[in-house]
Design a protein around this ligand. Structure first.
Ligand code: ZN
Ligand code: ZN
Length: 335
């Protein structure tokens, strides 16, 4: 089979590999689609630790083509989405039920072979059944959706809240859809790329969009007059973490969802946090949110397929990871 194997910084090779052997509690999945995530880019550039040589790719869905001899939960022909994240179960956070904060967290597509390949051997514990009516393409978005559900949990939106989403990439668009579903009274999305703003307006879940390079939503558009009750930062830059605080209304909750590079610092005025009694929260991966992500996909109430703006083959992947992120909302590899 063809697979994208990461050997070290800047070294991703498309190779012919033997079909993986499956253990007795694993299934063999024929990968239908595997999304490219910021983490894959970070791994490629040496900004996120992986275990090379390893097949990367952790946002994927596919069809079961073989089951291990001790697998009773899944059968050949089943459609499944993968939860790549694995907790150790014995560290302090794990034993307190905070598996996403596990001290030895590992992941399929980072530490173990993942989804940028034609086939993938996956432990039963990481498989989630997808109903046939959910396309496998949309199914590849289960993992980012599950992570966004954690972000929404952390935001604690109340019906009627004014919500601002900073960033209109796939994560920002998913967060916006979930914020609308959670009862946002007024929802604005900010992104400098016109196609992303247009997408949010066209798909119909936001009330207004902002081009942050030209407009200050607190002044010019009036869209955020008085600030937002909830600000969801989905970019991961120092500038936008500060913008998120600036756009917060008194009493607001800010979720810094975007991943900034380790070691970078942001300036924050503690007096402002005091005066406005602001809450700033993080949101990390998908603690127990994967089954809800599948249920939401099955409900048909989200519209995620339009977020996939580009489909590529495995051979195109190294060049895509090498280049800076483009204007596409979500690029998916079809092995
Ligand atoms: Zn990811
Ligand atoms: Zn642990």
């Amino acid at each position: 089979m063809e697979a994208a194997v990461f050997y070290g910084i800047g070294d991703l090779r498309i190779e012919e590999r033997p079909l993986p052997d499956i253990a007795e509690r694993q299934v063999l999945v024929k990968v239908a689609a595997c999304g490219i995530c910021g983490t894959d880019r970070h791994i490629f550039h040496g900004e996120f630790d992986a275990n090379p040589p390893v097949i990367i790719g952790h946002e994927y869905a596919g069809e079961v083509v073989q089951v291990g001899k001790n697998v009773h939960e899944y059968a050949v022909g089943d459609h499944i989405a993968i939860d790549p994240n694995m907790a150790c179960g014995i560290c302090r956070p794990c034993r307190r039920g905070q598996v996403h904060l596990c001290e030895s967290l590992s992941a399929v597509g980072v530490n173990y072979d993942g989804g940028f390949a034609e086939y993938s051997a996956v432990p039963v514990s990481q498989c989630f059944s997808l109903p046939q009516r959910v396309s496998l393409l949309e199914g590849a978005l289960t993992e980012p959706l599950a992570c966004c559900l954690r972000g929404i949990e952390q935001a604690q939106i109340k019906p009627g809240d004014i919500v601002a989403v900073i960033g209109g990439g796939a994560i920002g668009q998913i967060l916006a859809q979930l914020a609308r579903m959670s009862g946002a009274g007024k929802l604005i999305l900010s992104d400098p790329i016109p196609e992303r703003r247009a997408m949010a307006l066209q798909l119909g879940y936001v009330d207004a969009v902002v081009d942050p390079t030209n407009e200050d939503p607190l002044k010019t558009t009036g869209a955020l007059c008085g600030g937002a009750d909830i600000v969801l930062e989905a970019v991961g830059s120092v500038h936008t973490t500060q913008q998120a605080v600036a756009w917060a209304a008194p009493g607001a909750t800010i979720v810094w969802f975007g991943v900034t590079p380790p070691g970078q610092l942001t300036a924050l005025e503690p007096n402002l946090v005091f005066r406005r009694e602001l809450t700033i929260r993080g949101a990390r991966i998908n603690p127990f949110t994967h089954s809800r992500a599948v249920a939401l996909l099955a409900s048909g109430r989200l519209n995620l397929e339009p977020l996939i703006t580009r489909r590529i083959s495995l051979t195109e992947l190294p060049a895509i990871l090498q280049a800076p992120p483009g204007r596409d909302t979500k690029t998916v590899v079809i092995p």
